[in-house]
Design a protein around this ligand. Structure first.
Ligand code: NSS
Length: 432
């Protein structure tokens, strides 16, 4: 075989560290090409970076046929050149085309919708590749954090029989036996079941919500990092949350400084993320909103607009605690000192981003849980096993759910959640 597939390949990022005059071979995809008289410039990309290669006569003939996105192997001599992106280029003397590319359908003025229709190809863009590298760091950091702090990773079912977060956003699925089941909105109830043996548990899994409104921060299938802790209350989980978010942001700054810069992210805003985060009550939040001209009736949850106004006023993440009972799901424990509010807290990302975490203390007494299920107009029999947990050695416990895609959106500083994930699922899109 004449093809130099496996041996002697240098990752493109490494070429920039190699001395001038050294012979190297790189492989990747044609990112850009430009013909200048006898010379052809071919910019090649691989997963590590991009580099310019220059073909002089007599190689030009072969290089001439190579279109954008063709996969190629190129050898040549490394040379410094101030005009080349990154300061180095390869004077090429060998090119092998592995897979020819037809005319690539993506042009500069492609519309957002068109790019989403051909997402299987548009995910190759530098911008999306950069975001996905940061996403990778963020997911690794979540696992790292929980493992370092003594949590067990567990895996919960996606097919379930009753709503966690309210019926309005449930996806129905026809099950094998003809019955109707649902796609899970959160793994919380299963995590709660697992604390009686493992005490501190976490999971990262998809959650599904039939969100009817089109917003910049809702997916119908999103990635959810959830944790549940036995023997814990609201203050304990708030502390865990701020340590977790700080750890993730620091890891990203460490690993992806270049990528954040490429995306134009304001680095100072991220460097400012360290404990303690701000803590304001729901009532204080209402006051701030009112001063800014937003009147929210007491008892209502905040929408995207309110959260944007609110979090633009903060330079680090902010907790809002003590949400009214009716603004939060039935499983939240009510505050014993003020029963009309719950021991819950949302964590909002600053700079206008808004909610990234929802969490709180759970009801640990069977009687209280049944009463609240009824108050919410739900049927206790739909939650039988969940209620059952309160009968056998119940303990105070608390937990939270972090929307991973929203977290990626804030850390990368992008304006729409669809670009945080390779193949977004939204109200209008399940293809490709
Ligand atoms: O509804 S949450 O606020 N809370 C729960 O699901 C709890 N059962 C979690 C728990 O305590 N174990 O959702 C948690 C987070 C929320 O703050 C968002 O960041 C994210 O999940 N989330 C979403 N992200 C993207 N798209 C959609 N539709 C979405 N819904 C929630």
């Amino acid at each position: 075989m004449g093809i130099k597939l496996a041996t002697g390949i240098t990752p493109i990022r490494e070429v920039f560290k190699i001395d001038d005059g050294t012979q190297v071979t790189v492989r990747g995809w044609v990112y850009r090409r430009r013909d200048l008289g006898e010379k052809i410039f071919i910019v090649v990309r691989d997963s590590t970076g991009i580099i310019q290669t220059v073909f002089n006569h007599p190689m030009t003939l072969k290089a001439k046929k190579v279109g954008i996105e063709s996969s190629v192997i190129i050898s040549g001599i490394v040379r410094s050149d101030k005009r080349a992106p990154g300061g180095k280029e390869i004077t090429a003397d060998y090119i092998e085309v592995i897979g020819k590319s037809e005319a690539f359908p993506i042009t500069k003025d492609a519309s957002r919708e068109f790019l989403l229709d051909i997402r299987h190809l548009s995910i190759r863009s530098r911008r999306l590749t950069t975001i996905f590298k940061i996403r990778d760091t963020i997911f690794k950091a979540v696992h790292d954090f929980f493992r370092k702090n003594g949590y067990y990773e567990v895996h919960c079912p996606m097919f379930i029989t009753a709503a966690v977060e309210g019926g309005a956003t449930l996806f129905e699925v026809k099950y094998v036996d003809g019955s109707t089941v649902y796609l899970t909105q959160s793994s919380q109830f299963y995590l709660e079941a697992l604390i009686y043996s493992l005490e501190k548990v976490y999971t990262i899994a998809p959650s599904f919500r039939a969100e009817k409104s089109r917003t910049r921060r809702h997916l119908t299938e999103f990635w959810h990092a959830e944790a549940e802790l036995a023997w814990s209350g609201l203050n304990d989980i708030m502390k865990v949350e701020e340590e977790l978010i700080t750890y993730i942001v620091n890891k990203t700054l460490e690993e992806n400084y270049e990528e954040l810069k490429f995306l134009g992210r304001n680095i100072n805003a991220l460097e400012n993320v360290y404990p303690p985060f701000y803590r304001i009550s729901y009532d204080e939040a209402l006051n701030i909103l009112e001063e800014s001209g937003y009147k929210v009736p007491w008892g209502e949850d905040f929408g995207a607009d309110e959260e944007r106004v609110l979090t633009k006023q903060f330079d680090k993440p902010v907790f809002i605690y003590n949400f009214p009972e009716k603004a939060k799901a039935f499983y939240h424990k009510n505050n014993p000192n003020r029963p009309e509010v719950t021991l819950s807290a949302d964590l909002l990302a600053p700079e206008g981003y808004g909610e990234i975490i929802g969490g709180g203390e759970r009801i640990e007494k069977e009687r209280d849980l049944i009463a609240k299920i009824k108050r919410f107009g739900l049927k206790p029999e739909d939650y039988q096993w969940y209620i059952d947990l309160r009968k056998y050695g119940s303990v105070p416990h608390a937990g939270f759910g972090l929307g991973m895609d929203r977290l990626v959106m804030w850390i990368t500083g992008i304006d729409h959640i669809i670009d945080t994930i390779p193949f977004p699922r939204t109200i209008r899109r399940v293809y490709p």
